[in-house]
Ligand binder design. Structure first.
Ligand code: FES
Ligand code: FES
Length: 160
């Protein structure tokens, strides 16, 4: 979980939704419950590099997986993405943003310079009722540029 081995998860927790495990067991409340049905994306986290809706995943399905939540974004090298969302004023109420950031970070881990179509596809499952999606696109482009031009090791979660 966010680069830390959580050890053995008690069997009675295997049937929990990953969303509930994150919020209620692990205290990682960045992932938000919206619809609870896999349709809004506010609960999106990154599992083994893929953005997944944590309301539809059971803990028992991801026991050996790498799970990244919004709390782990900076350590995973995505500080520039978070900063770009702030700089582009891409956040209004903020409810959708952890899921949006997780989807965008998974995209940037796959593609160094995604175009608008790739960003649109990555955000296909993330609903935002407040913000124009164009600001998300601008922020992802800014973050991609910052990551490409950063000195080696910068923004990669490495402590010096
Ligand atoms: S709460 Fe999981 S997709 Fe809406
Ligand atoms: S910023 Fe309010 S739902 Fe996206």
């Amino acid at each position: 979980m966010n680069g830390t081995d959580v050890g053995d998860v008690p069997e009675e927790q295997h049937g929990l939704r990953l969303l509930d495990y994150l919020r209620d067991v692990s205290g990682l409340t960045g992932a938000k419950e919206g619809c609870g049905m896999g349709e809004c994306g506010s609960c999106t986290v990154v599992v083994d590099g893929r953005a997944l809706t944590s309301c539809l995943v059971l803990v028992g399905q991801v026991l050996d997986a790498d799970v990244r939540t919004v709390e782990g974004l900076e350590a995973a090298g995505h500080a520039a993405l978070q900063e770009a969302f702030v700089a582009r004023q891409a956040v209004q109420c903020g409810y959708c943003i952890p899921g949006v950031l997780n989807s965008c970070s998974a995209l940037l881990d796959r593609e160094a310079d995604p175009d608008d179509d790739a960003i649109r596809r990555a955000l296909d499952g993330n609903l935002c009722r407040c913000t124009g999606y164009n600001r998300f696109y601008d922020a992802v482009h800014d973050a991609a540029c910052a990551r490409r031009t950063a000195p080696a090791g910068a923004d990669a979660g490495e402590s010096s």
